[in-house]
Design a protein around this ligand. Structure first.
Ligand SMILES: [Fe+2]
Ligand SMILES: [Fe+2]
Length: 349
């Protein structure tokens, strides 16, 4: 590594996070500044190469590299999904090269968690696909995971709930934007279903009932700061949020996004029933649990409508069946690792 990009005192092997953070800071440069800085092709190649090395280390199980990789991707996605308060490098071609390296490595890693044999069991009959997908989900460890069925329900303290809400923010805190990203390019019944789901997210027009506003009340209840939201997430929480953004922002992965959303909506009602039970067990204020109470009913409806109006019409094409299954498995596998990690952290505490 040359010293132009990284100070010589920084050791890339032992401090991936410090380097990722350095690049994250450069996201506040303007597009022109970012482009000018990496105008030298060898410097850009060095940067992309380093990101690739990060991916290799992450794939090999290096926890620091995994965190740095997902942290950097989350900071880049913040540039693409939040309105800026100053300059950003959003339009930079050099930044896009970095982003694609991070995304491709993340995809490769998630695919490695999938047993290829699963794809061979996808039914040829399109009508049999939804029951097959549901059976696959029911058999997965993420379905009725002990984190919800036991820990949150019967044991979690208020501090545990605080951590739960903090980590859930990576997906729940911006679900409406994910739907909006997904909708681009769709039409007919699929577009209508996404629109209906989106309108529910908007509280059907009642500003006080907008879902992200309701989720924000939980954030406020626990006094979680924006710095915490940006800096305190685990690798698995960052990955869950990043995967959702990645699949929803690219048209090429629309079918994967459909699978990811299907599982997310389908799992929510049972999970949130356990959250509600734990919340009431602790006697926490009723106002704070509105978001979860509401979703127990609304997501049951969202899930069945999603399967009927979005998944089913796509199943005639075998490529869609495979891609929907892939997105669903990415969601199930990441959710499982994420919940295992929290349980492991609690056991170690
Ligand atoms: Fe919602
Ligand atoms: Fe929903």
């Amino acid at each position: 590594m040359t010293s132009t990009l990284f100070p010589p005192s920084l050791d890339t092997a032992s401090a991936p996070m410090r380097l990722a953070d350095r690049i994250a800071q450069q996201l506040a440069w303007s597009e022109d500044e970012f482009e000018a800085h990496y105008a030298d092709p060898s410097l850009l190649a060095e940067l992309v190469n380093w990101v690739g090395e990060l991916g290799t280390a992450a794939a090999a199980g290096d926890a620091d590299a995994q965190f740095a990789q997902q942290y950097l991707l989350s900071r880049i996605y913040a540039v693409h999904t939040q309105l800026p308060s100053g300059p950003t490098a959003e339009g930079s071609v050099a930044l896009h090269a970095v982003t694609r390296r991070l995304e491709q490595d993340t995809i490769r890693n998630e695919d490695a968690w999938i047993d290829e044999a699963v794809y061979a069991s996808i039914p040829d009959d399109p009508d049999a696909f939804v029951p097959w997908l549901k059976a696959l989900t029911r058999e997965h460890q993420a379905f009725k995971h002990p984190y919800y069925r036991s820990f949150i329900r019967d044991h979690a303290t208020e501090e545990d709930f605080r951590r739960f809400v903090l980590h859930e923010s990576s997906v729940d805190g911006r679900f409406d934007d994910l739907l909006a990203l997904m909708q681009v390019g769709t039409d007919g019944g699929v577009k209508l279903e996404i629109a209906q789901n989106f309108w529910d997210e908007m509280g059907n027009g009642d500003p006080a009932m907008v879902h992200t506003t309701l989720f924000g009340r939980l954030i406020d209840h626990f006094g979680i700061t924006s710095t915490e939201l940006a800096e305190s997430l685990s690798t698995e929480a960052l990955l869950s949020g990043n995967l959702a953004v990645m699949l929803c922002r690219y048209r090429n992965t629309f079918a994967e996004a459909v699978g990811l959303l299907a599982v997310t909506e389908w799992l929510a009602p049972d999970r949130f029933s356990q959250v509600l039970h734990g919340w009431e067990r602790l006697g926490l204020p009723d106002d704070g649990i509105t978001y979860h109470r509401l979703h127990i009913g609304i997501d049951a409806h969202h899930a069945s409508a999603w399967f009927t109006n979005v998944v089913k019409p796509m199943t005639a094409d075998p490529r869609n069946r495979r891609a929907i299954a892939r997105g669903a498995l990415w969601r199930l596998n990441t959710s499982s690792r994420y919940l295992d990690r929290i349980i492991g952290l609690n056991a170690a505490a």
